[in-house]
Design a protein around this ligand. Structure first.
Ligand SMILES: [Zn+2]
Length: 598
């Protein structure tokens, strides 16, 4: 790093320290934070990174403060069974790796799993002790270090969904002589309760809670149980274990799912939306559960931050065991929530398959949840204006669900030398003059290379033709004018791929074969691959089911289209518009010659 650069970084460090100290003051002294915990962490991580890279560590840096998080307000208690955390993954590939390793360890070819939502609350152990044939609430412990937690019994007792006694009934006379029961679950606060509590706090002039998790944690660790009682906390149970007098575990069921049924009969709220499933190597069913959870998360009454998969068979759980930190028989598949702070280096413009120009921010590489982020979508110019994003700005970036990362906001306090992002007048690919359609810029040129490339890439994508071909090869084929649409791809020979893609004989013929084989793809995949605006995976499936082939669909009336589930007026119009286009009609005639199920 040059002296000049070093000086710039040092300035940034100084500024970051100033901002973080300001937020510390807002949080700890005024008890009135302006930013979320995640945003605060992102700033602190940026500072830590710069300090590590440059070795410039100011003695007054907030990273030098030793934090003491151990509270001395509550007495401590031992969990009967350690409450460990779960290993977390953030993408399907990592999930697949985990499942494969479990199958390998257990020497099984299939696996029964219990799928649950991952509640964004506070973990709690509730311990019951035998008394006159039934089991009486003995104590409730926070997770603490996993072995010893804080005793919050008085507060937990105010939570009406935690039974104060358990009657095991017929299960009582097992040989193991059960003496203790430990039920684990999550204490959550419903979203509407958070709203109510915050409105009250606002009136009283006390700081509001930033989210349901913080509010649940604060409520559970109240020194005055009457306050906890007013908060309307809920307890979702997801584990129950039985122990004899010596603390040795006693099993009265073989599967976790059976224990869920038992807990339900013991009047606990068990983990809402749980289900069991059987899988082999393929994790599609788990991915679907995850995506459904992601879709419904905003409409749920409580907050979730992912899903959890647990090995259902308890003997398998024992065989897998745990590390010091994690159970090995469960995995959390989390939604992306982490935020990182980085810098916008430049902005480039990408041409989509419909010709829409998307501005993309090139970022100083930054790691979020194990992935290195180098760019973020800026959507369109309205978005850029509303967030006032400029080149050179420091920004908060977030990975949201499946899509590419996006910029949450600009950190104006860090703004130094910046320049505005200028609207391009011409297509970056074909230089055609762009036209404006609302907030969108569009390349009108039908022969625009980037548009053709994007169309072909989409056609061969996983949910359409599912052919593993690199964007680079497609790009070269288009730019060398060897292909001009998807149909041309089916007329290429293996040698074409070998030359253009610089592939060996084997790889070239493998690619050729998989393209040829994709002629057999089903009609719904073809529909999706066509990339009709507003017709995604789900609509393609329902349209294919109703109309069976492309001719029926092209001849369908507006009324027939909107009679299909999920197809509204806008989508119907988009479909009609698509098939009116002369170019599209020509393409479909050509496709009929190569595709078998059209
Ligand atoms: Zn163009």
């Amino acid at each position: 790093m040059s002296v000049d650069q070093n000086k710039k970084v040092e300035q940034e460090i100084e500024k970051l320290i100033e901002i973080i100290n300001y937020h510390n003051w807002r949080y700890y002294v005024l008890q009135d934070p302006e930013i979320s915990d995640e945003e605060y962490d992102a700033l602190l991580n940026r500072l830590k990174k710069l300090e590590k890279e440059t070795g410039i560590i100011k003695p007054y840096s907030p990273t030098q403060r030793i934090t003491n998080v151990i509270s001395t307000e509550f007495k401590k208690g031992n969990h009967l069974f350690p409450v460990l955390s779960l290993e977390a993954v953030y993408d399907k590939k990592k999930l697949e790796e985990y499942i494969k390793s479990v199958l390998r360890n257990l020497k099984q070819s299939e696996l029964g799993l219990l799928c649950e939502l991952k509640f964004d609350g506070v973990s709690l152990s509730v311990i019951y002790k035998r008394n006159d044939g039934i089991f009486i609430f003995d104590k409730a412990l926070t997770r603490g270090d996993g072995l010893i937690g804080e005793d919050v019994s008085l507060n937990a007792k105010t939570i009406k969904t935690i039974p104060l006694s358990i009657d095991l009934g017929n299960d009582n006379d097992t040989e193991g002589d059960i003496e203790f029961i430990q039920v684990n679950g999550e204490v959550v606060l419903y979203k509407n309760d958070l709203q109510r509590i915050n409105e009250e706090r606002k009136k009283e002039g006390v700081p509001e809670f930033s989210n349901t998790r913080n509010a649940a944690s604060g409520s559970l660790r109240q020194l005055d149980p009457s306050v906890t009682a007013k908060r309307n906390l809920k307890f979702f149970a997801y584990s129950i274990r039985f122990f004899d007098r010596e603390g040795k575990e006693v099993r009265i069921r073989k599967k976790l799912s059976e224990l869920f049924e038992l807990m339900r009969s013991l009047r606990f709220i068990v983990s809402p939306f749980f289900k069991t499933c059987k899988i082999e190597q393929d994790v599609d069913a788990l991915q679907e559960y995850y995506e459904n959870a992601f879709e419904m998360k905003d409409s749920l009454e409580f907050d979730i931050d992912g899903v959890v998969f647990k090995v259902d068979d308890l003997e398998f759980q024992d065989r897998l065991g745990s590390t010091l930190k994690n159970y090995k028989w469960a995995i959390a598949y989390k939604f992306h929530t982490s935020i990182a702070v980085t810098k916008v280096i430049d902005v480039v413009f990408e041409v989509g398959r419909t010709g829409v120009i998307t501005p993309v921010a090139l970022l100083e590489p930054v790691e979020i949840e194990g992935a290195v982020i180098k760019n973020a979508t800026l959507h369109n110019f309205d978005y850029i204006k509303s967030k006032d994003i400029r080149i050179g700005d420091y920004v908060e970036v977030r990975r949201a669900g499946k899509v590419i990362p996006e910029i949450v906001k600009v950190i104006k306090e860090l703004r130094g030398d910046v320049r505005e992002i200028e609207e391009p007048k011409f297509c970056p690919s074909c230089k055609a003059e762009l036209i404006k359609d609302g907030p969108f810029l569009i390349c009108p040129n039908k022969q625009c290379f980037e548009k053709i490339i994007a169309k072909i890439v989409h056609w061969f994508s996983k949910d359409a033709m599912d052919v593993d071909i690199s964007d680079g090869i497609i790009s070269k084929l288009v730019k060398n004018k060897i292909v001009k649409d998807v149909v041309d791809m089916y007329n290429l020979r293996p040698s074409d791929f070998a030359v253009v893609g610089n592939l060996g004989k084997k790889s070239a013929s493998k690619l050729y074969n998989s393209i040829q084989e994709s002629r057999n793809r089903s009609f719904d995949r073809i529909l999706y691959g066509l990339g009709i605006p507003m017709v995604g995976l789900r609509n393609s499936k329902s349209l294919a089911q109703k109309f069976k082939n492309i001719d029926n669909l092209m001849n369908a009336s507006f009324a027939e289209l909107v009679s299909v589930e999920g197809i509204g007026n806008e989508v119907a119009n988009s479909i009609i518009q698509f098939f009116k286009d002369e170019e599209n009609r020509k393409l479909i005639e050509r496709l009929k010659r190569v595709m078998n199920n059209i």
